[in-house]
Design a protein around this ligand. Structure first.
Ligand SMILES: C[S@@+](CC[C@H](N)C(=O)[O-])C[C@H]1O[C@@H](n2cnc3c(N)ncnc32)[C@H](O)[C@@H]1O
Length: 208
């Protein structure tokens, strides 16, 4: 699993390496563009709103939302990723923080209409994902939503199938299994949209 320095080193070549892997329809980034596009389409129907992006990286998705006029906050622990994203989104509030520790105190009690995260939360263990999602839920505005686009599978069998078919599986990463995640949250609050053989979008409506 990469730490912040690992992501610093990856930052300059990140967009290109994701693009190549995406084009070959290979794990881990098969479906990447459609994952980001699906999230963009959900949000972009709404009026100007406040969005928090967890692990925004080079800001591929966030930049599109920023250009549309949404108020952007973001958290990432890689200095270089933040530099690249800051150049594209000078007015966004981008904070250097390790989300495995939760949310930065400096964010006060700001509420967000959408909290999004793409290809970042698989760096948390499953139990920590749930704790973190519950923390994020507290920061959603009324009728707000968490949208996670990531390496994700409907069932554990599909994950195992993908692992067998994949040459270079990263055992340090912990991928979402929707069947298991949905048991934790109230029925009707969580939905999954499969995007490729190894990716999907999870939407979790504010839980009261
Ligand atoms: C694979 S990149 C994804 C970037 C972007 N969201 C995308 O979809 O292209 C993962 C990002 O999450 C950040 N990240 C990973 N673990 C983190 C942590 N514990 N705290 C803060 N940022 C983290 C990395 O620095 C990196 O920018």
């Amino acid at each position: 699993m990469l730490d912040n320095r690992g992501f610093d080193l990856w930052a300059n070549g990140y967009d290109k390496s994701v693009e190549l892997c995406e084009e070959d329809n290979e794990y881990p980034f098969a479906g990447y563009k459609d994952v980001l596009g699906t999230i963009y389409n959900i949000i972009h129907k709404k009026e100007k709103i406040r969005i928090l992006d967890i692990g925004f990286g080079t800001g591929i998705l966030t930049k599109k939302l920023y250009d549309d006029g949404y108020e952007i906050y973001g958290i990432d622990f890689s200095e270089r990723m933040i530099e690249i994203a800051k150049e594209k989104m000078p007015l966004a509030k981008l904070i250097q923080y390790d989300f495995s520790k939760g949310l930065p105190k400096g964010m006060g009690n700001i509420e967000f209409d959408y909290i999004i995260s793409t290809y970042a939360m698989h760096h948390l263990e499953d139990k920590d994902k749930i704790k973190f999602i519950n923390k994020l839920n507290e920061r959603l505005s009324r009728d707000g939503e968490i949208i996670i686009g990531d390496i994700a599978f409907e069932t554990r069998e599909l994950l195992e199938q993908c692992k067998i078919n994949t040459g270079e599986w990263d055992d340090g990463e912990v991928y979402f299994v929707f069947d298991e995640l949905k048991e934790i949250f109230p029925k009707g609050n969580i939905i999954f949209t499969p995007i490729s053989h190894c990716a999907g979008v999870i939407q979790i409506k504010k839980i009261y």
